[in-house]
Design a protein around this ligand. Structure first.
Ligand SMILES: *Cc1c(COP(=O)(O)O)cnc(C)c1O
Length: 315
């Protein structure tokens, strides 16, 4: 990203375009679903069930994956984010969930989600179907395999270009992306640092969630090598007031990236992650001569749900 590199004035910035993974506007959940859907098919399931916040990108990609392989899809959308505009409730990913044929069960923000998933699963069974339940964000050891393989792909692409990568920076939420990347980069002994910019939890809680999934993923792939806790790092300085709530830094990062690279970020994840990356460059956490890869995890469909926030800032 030459123009963002010049603006940030520090390391050479690259982007890994996981917003271009396909599946109805793409995003990071597609790599996880590659493994999760294979597991569902191997088990003879006929219905994918998952859950997320109203504007979940994971839910939208799951609905698209189900459509592509000919499975039914039922989703629980929880109104967890304090956004009250009709645009937030109906536009963006919600339009696509319906368009892709998912059966949507909308619940309140404080609903018991374990119970809601059980109810939906029982409904499928009563109709003679076989459900396959995917956890929030597709983040279990099966889903994380998508990002073990992504780490190896990044190393191959860097080697092909003769570039030595120092760090990968991306948005971290349900932790599967970061856990998979860490297992991939560490298993290859690459020395690449992985920094997750948290979009929800404080640092300790986020790092703990990543560590638990790193260990489970290592066990799943029978990797003996124990990954040291020092390799698991998250930064929670760019969350703002909470998950799905806009920050001035996010709006600014989304706008700068659009205007300098013609590249679209999203308001909930990649916009906050890019805000973090710019700020860390300003503070000298990354320096000239280093190669830093921004993993673009997608989510642009969410831009349309946040239209009022960007309109208010229109210049
Ligand atoms: C889900 C998501 C993330 C976070 O990935 P996790 O594996 O849940 O940590 C980042 N960016 C976007 C756009 C997402 O939809």
């Amino acid at each position: 990203m030459p123009r963002l590199t010049a603006m940030a004035g520090g390391p050479t910035l690259w982007v890994k375009r996981d917003d271009c993974t396909g599946l109805a506007t793409g995003g990071n959940k597609t790599r996880k679903l590659e493994f999760l859907v294979a597991d569902a098919l191997a088990q003879g399931a006929d219905t994918l069930i998952t859950l997320g916040a109203t504007q979940s990108n994971h839910v939208r990609q799951t609905a698209a994956a189900a459509a592509k392989v000919g499975l039914d899809c039922e989703v629980v959308l929880a109104a967890q984010v304090p956004q009250t505009s009709e645009t937030y409730k109906r536009n963006g990913n919600v339009v696509l969930d319906h368009l892709l044929g998912a059966r949507v069960h909308a619940v309140s923000g404080d609903a018991d989600l374990t119970f809601a998933l059980q109810e939906v699963s029982e409904g499928v069974r009563r109709r003679g179907g076989k459900p396959y339940v995917i956890p929030v964000g597709g983040s279990n050891p099966t889903g994380a395999l998508g990002y073990v393989s992504c780490a190896l792909e990044i190393l191959q692409q860097a080697a092909d270009r003769g570039v030595r990568i120092d760090a990968v920076v991306h948005a971290t939420g349900s932790a599967g992306t970061q856990a998979g990347l860490i297992v991939g980069f560490e298993s290859a002994q690459s020395g690449v640092d992985v920094l997750g910019i948290s979009v929800r939890h404080p640092r300790e809680l986020q790092e703990e969630a990543i560590q638990v999934l790193v260990d489970a993923t290592c066990a799943h792939v029978k990797l003996r090598h124990r990954i040291d806790a020092s390799r698991v790092t998250a930064n929670s300085d760019y969350v703002g007031a909470g998950y799905g709530i806009e920050t001035p830094g996010m709006i600014d990062a989304v706008r700068q990236t659009a205007r300098l690279e013609g590249l679209l970020l999203d308001p909930v994840y990649s916009g906050k992650a890019m805000d973090g990356l710019f700020d860390l460059c300003r503070k000298g956490a990354f320096i000239k001569g280093q190669n830093v890869v921004f993993l673009h995890t997608g989510g642009q469909a969410g831009l349309f749900a946040y239209e009022p926030s960007f309109a208010a800032e229109r210049i």
